[in-house]
Write a protein of this length. Sequence first.
Length: 173
Amino acid sequence: MPLRARPDRHVFPTLPRRPIRMVLDGVSYLPNIGTMFRLCDAFRVERLYVCGYDLEPHRRRLLSAAAGTVGWVPWESRPDALGVVRESREAGYTVAAIELAEGSVAPESMRTDAPMCLVIGAERHGVSAEVLSLADQLVEIPSEGFGGSINLTTAAAIVLYAASRGYPLPPDP
């Protein structure tokens, strides 16, 4: 399968985005945040929210992992994920948290019948309890390995890919 041609840099900001808000709940490791910028660019998500961490966008470790996407991804830093989740629910978004928990579903079983606010937490702490209490659905990546889990950016890539299938974009001009 041949690679798709990249859109013109002047046209790209005007292209439609998927109705997905990606929320990082307490993620502070710069390489992970940078990789999330790349994922949000790749799947053309509506907006990336970095919550619980005062992000300085010109840090070398962030920029290295982001590979030039910081300037293309709409994003903002917020003090906490709970506020973003509440705003999203009020705006008609369904809240999906990527979390290993009872009642979680595989990515291919996610509901995509409304715009989505997708939340992922830091590797050690996961999504905060307050945000989990507002989630409409929980999504997990089954892990059959000894470690029992995978890196948060890998999990986000899998879930964003599955979610993006529910929000197809029109062909680029």
